[in-house]
Design a binder for this molecule. Structure first.
Ligand code: CTP
Length: 556
């Protein structure tokens, strides 16, 4: 059976009940009045009432009254017989006058494929899994971190707080990937817990009052976010649960995907115990990305981008229902704030498969709302791929690291939006910082200027034209302008060489030659760089001689 049960009161409107069904993915709710079961409202009842324009009416008038209930000790066969006999799709399970669960036709079908199980036991074959991840923790986490987690668990024991690691690190431990991003949730006051850690272990605490969370900075510099498992979740006033979900479960239920909604206990006696309410473990084994509730994407459309990120990163796939719901919810992308989308896009495009991710976003309809209809056509995909291989080739061979590679995601967007008039302007709204805006400025300048670069140019000439532009922008420009292959080869050679362009002489050298400081310095140094690229000046002596010949002789 499913437990705990979501219930509603007789006064709940048909509209609200419909919303809750969508939200929780249920097809029916028991209706409780003063703790007593007075009816059941099903999807069919709700659809009928809505069809008659009765969305505002209370469910009371449309529910089936006097529902058949069962005790928790019945066998699955008995439940099945009863469902057939009474022609009902779900049966509330009652023990001691309390509703303890609900069993649906789907539950029965699932159970019958497994062993004979008593109602009241968890029937899902996929779970529960009683697993300890201690072995994996030992293998994947550095020993100091493991010791620290044990310490934190012991401190939580002192306060009698159950404490868990949650989120990406638990997922990655199950997958077998390294991750040292620790998020902790305690059933208790997270802020005081963080303070206790700082006083007993050391370090400092930053409190985020507004969210009731704290970041503890360990003396080693490691930052750990600590939150409290919260209880206030029900935003529909009519949803008055008689059986409260545990606060940890609620906390996890609010998350994006089952694979991210697992917890790992760190209290001493349970150190390493996996808590997996939503079968995340099973979904990891089956390489599935699944949302936890139907409105997940509507509430946070950026999760569609996250789903694609995890699909590509782990080689997983969204399940059928998650894809369907993504399709239904995708129009919400249009009303999501640009910085939030920019943030998720940057994370997606900085991963290993940016082009495949964009193609997937198109498949899901995201690009229709983000860029426009007919975006990311075959020709654009070709350009995106060309950009990636050009960029990889230059950066891998020259090891231009972080700075360029961190910003280059914006170039994929520039290519994607370029076919639109003022497309680059739209990309600016998705940029997250000035460096990215700068790259966009450079791309805009480069594509609008007529540089007339030709294969006849030597590297020195190219340097004179392109020196002030960053690698990302130059590559993006070359691809957008579809420069011929032979020219790309020259530009590639230029980019690879300029990384290690030496400064043969500097301002001090020029001063020592009694050349008056001014813009002429830049000019001279640039000339020397250009001649170096053309292999005309190769040493400091050559450079000094060049300056003497050209500038001092002229002067005298
Ligand atoms: N989360 C969510 N909805 C979002 C963003 C995040 O539910 N829109 C939840 C997820 O459950 C996630 C956790 O918040 O596990 C932390 O999110 P994030 O910092 O983005 O990290 P990870 O999921 O760990 O992703 P990554 O591996 O890339 O760090």
């Amino acid at each position: 059976m499913s437990s705990p049960v979501k219930v509603i009161s007789p006064a709940t409107s048909i509209e609200e009940a419909a919303k809750m069904m969508l939200r929780y993915g249920h097809t029916g709710f028991p209706v409780l009045e003063n703790g007593n079961l007075v009816g059941i409202i099903s999807r069919r009842d709700i659809d009928k009432a809505k069809h008659h324009g009765l969305g505002h009416a209370p469910v009371k008038g449309y529910m089936s009254t006097d529902p058949t209930t069962i005790p928790s000790g019945l066998s699955i066969e008995e439940v099945q017989n009863l469902m057939i006999e009474k022609n009902v799709g779900r049966l509330p399970v009652i023990d001691n006058n309390q509703i303890v669960g609900i069993i649906s036709r789907t539950n029965v079908i699932e159970a019958l494929h497994g062993e004979k199980i008593k109602v009241g036991q968890v029937i899902n074959k996929k779970s529960p899994i009683k697993i300890s991840l201690l072995g994996r923790m030992k293998k994947l986490l550095p020993s100091q971190l493991l010791d620290l987690l044990r310490d934190i668990g012991e401190k939580a024991d002192q306060l009698d707080y159950p404490a868990y690691m949650i989120g990406g690190i638990v997922r990655d431990l199950v997958i077998g990937r390294k991750n040292e991003d620790i998020d902790i949730v305690v059933k208790g006051d997270g802020i005081s817990f963080a303070k206790l850690l700082a006083t007993s272990i050391g370090g400092s605490v930053r409190v985020h009052e507004k969210f009731g969370t704290a970041t503890w900075k360990h003396p080693s510099g490691l930052k750990i976010d600590i939150t409290s498992a919260r209880t206030e979740y029900y935003d529909y006033p009519a949803a008055l649960p008689t059986v409260e979900m545990s606060s940890l479960r609620e906390d996890l239920f609010r998350r994006d995907f089952t694979i991210n909604a697992m917890a790992l206990q760190i209290n001493n006696n349970y150190f390493g115990k996996l808590i997996d309410f939503f079968h995340g473990y099973h979904d990891i084994k089956n390489k599935k990305i699944k949302i936890l509730y139907n409105l997940s994407f509507v509430e946070d459309p950026t999760r569609i981008l996250r789903a694609v990120r995890f699909e590509q990163r782990f080689g997983f796939k969204m399940d059928k229902q998650t894809i369907e719901i993504a399709h239904i919810s995708v129009d919400k992308i249009a009303s999501t704030s640009k910085p939030r989308i920019g943030h998720e896009l940057s994370r997606l495009l900085m991963e290993e498969h940016p082009v495949e991710s964009l193609v997937r976003l198109k498949e899901l309809g995201v690009l229709n709302y983000l860029v426009g209809p007919n975006s990311c056509n075959e020709q654009t995909v070709t350009l995106l791929k060309k950009f990636k291989s050009f960029f990889d080739e230059v950066t891998l061979s020259t090891q231009i690291e972080s700075c360029a590679t961190k910003q280059n995601w914006i170039c994929y967007l520039a290519i994607l939006f370029y076919y639109k008039p003022k497309g680059l302007e739209e990309v600016r709204e998705l940029a997250l910082n000035n460096e990215q805006l700068q790259i966009l400025n450079e791309i805009t300048q480069l594509v609008s200027e007529d540089l007339n670069i030709s294969t006849k140019f030597n590297l020195g000439d190219i340097h004179l034209l392109l020196r002030k532009y960053q690698t990302d922008a130059i590559i993006c420009y070359s691809i957008l302008k579809e420069l011929p292959e032979e020219l790309l080869v020259v530009i590639k050679a230029y980019l690879m060489t300029r990384v290690s362009l030496p400064r043969l002489i500097n301002g001090t050298d020029l001063m020592a030659l009694n050349i008056k400081a001014g813009p002429i310095y830049t000019e001279i140094l640039l000339e020397i760089e250009s001649s170096y690229l053309n292999k005309e000046i190769l040493t400091k002596e050559d450079a000094l001689q060049f300056v003497k010949d050209k500038y001092l002789t002229k002067k005298s």
